[in-house]
Write a protein of this length. Sequence first.
Lengths: 160, 186
Amino acid sequence: MSAGCEREAGVVRAVLEGRWPAELSGHAATCADCREVRAVTAWMQDVAHAARAEAAEARLPSPAGIWWKAEVLRRVEQRRSLTHRAIRPIAVFERVVWGAVAALAGALAWLRWDELGEWIAGTGIARAMVGPDASLALAGVSAVLLVASAWAVMAGGRRT
Amino acid sequence: MGTAALAGRLTPGVEGRSGPQGERDAFQALYDRTAIPLRAYLSRVAGADWADDLLQDTYVRFLSADPPEMNEGQTVAYLYKTATRLVYDRWRRQRTARSWEETTMIRDREDPEPMELRHDLEAALEELAPKERALLWLAYGEGRAHREIAGILEVKELSVRVLLFRARKKLARILAERGLAPEVLA
């Protein structure tokens, strides 16, 4: 696909400077792309001129106000950063606690596997969930506990 | 503020001053040099209604950022780049709220006088996407080089020529639909 004429930049410059070398002028007269560039440049110059005149007349935001706003935002950001740094040890500790709880739950389930199985079978949960096989129910409950603990640890990590 | 200190380096007469007052003076000088052309750019690329808000946000971001050392031209390009990003953000948010077509229709309904009074060509420019308006403005309104335009609009330098070509063709099509193309682009 064509993307215009190679001499487009020269045409733009000629319009902006108001100086047309004879050779470029001759080329622009015969090249459709350059004619288009010439017209669009002249028009955009008019638009830009009008827009600058408007801007010069408009009441622009005060630079002092902008400075002040940037200063306030900078202080807010500084404070946020300080707060974040201050609570980081707490967040880390929280993660460690959740990790320890998860590990303890896993260890307890492993150590007291038989008793837990009997207890669950006795409550009727196992029958309700998976029939008479209590160990399957126990595995399920343990898995849920572990997933919940892992989720809690990860959620704690995201907050830090 | 690192950026304000940078502005101080660019401003003859305030280089000797230091501290917050020197930085404020330097920013004031930078603002005086750049605010009018930047506001003109924003008023035609984003629309006059948003120009002042976006202008303010552009400078606030400039002051809050900590860019590497830049000369005057690079600083101006940085401001344009920041302004253009804000225009895109605003446009995306607006598009999410309701489609661009709906926005245009509603605006036209709410504002009956402009079509006759406003310059037809400016109205045609408003029908282009913000990126196309920015391209045409920077290339033809300000005569910037393709490399600068690529930096401001965050596109590849080689793509600028093709994008400009397409934007021109689209503008020509819009003008043709309005019955203006032969007079303007012949």
